[in-house]
Design a protein. Structure first.
Length: 120
């Protein structure tokens, strides 16, 4: 079964962090993995890689939001004629896309909790 350690390992591929940061991220991995597991169908394979991907994507999204809220983060630098910039919105947009794509891939394993009843 997928564990918080496999989620953390996948997260580290999305955002390389040191051991101290990884220790802070691990509770987010646990929370997001539990969020995903709670939404799975009973017959879903708990070892499916899409579960790890989705939990890591949710963790990465949370991490990006938290990081962008920190005011002292370096967002751009200039070396001669070259300027490199990372805006908080571009990082959060990328994290949102990663999260959305992972959840779309996970959809076949999830419970159908949406129901619409209308009078015709």
């Amino acid at each position: 079964m997928t564990s918080q350690w496999t989620v953390l390992a996948r997260f580290k591929q999305l955002a390389p962090v040191d051991d101290a940061e990884a220790e802070e991220i691990l509770p987010l991995c646990v929370v997001n993995l539990e969020r995903i597991l709670a939404q799975l169908r009973e017959d879903a394979n708990k070892n499916d890689i899409r579960i790890t991907e989705a939990a890591a994507a949710l963790t990465y999204y949370d991490y990006v939001l938290r990081s962008s809220a920190q005011a002292d983060a370096v967002t751009s630098f200039k070396a001669g004629d070259i300027t490199v910039s990372k805006t908080a919105s571009s990082l959060s947009d990328a994290a949102q896309k990663i999260k959305t794509d992972a959840l779309i891939e996970l959809a076949p394993l999830m419970k159908d909790t949406r129901f619409l009843f209308i009078n015709i």
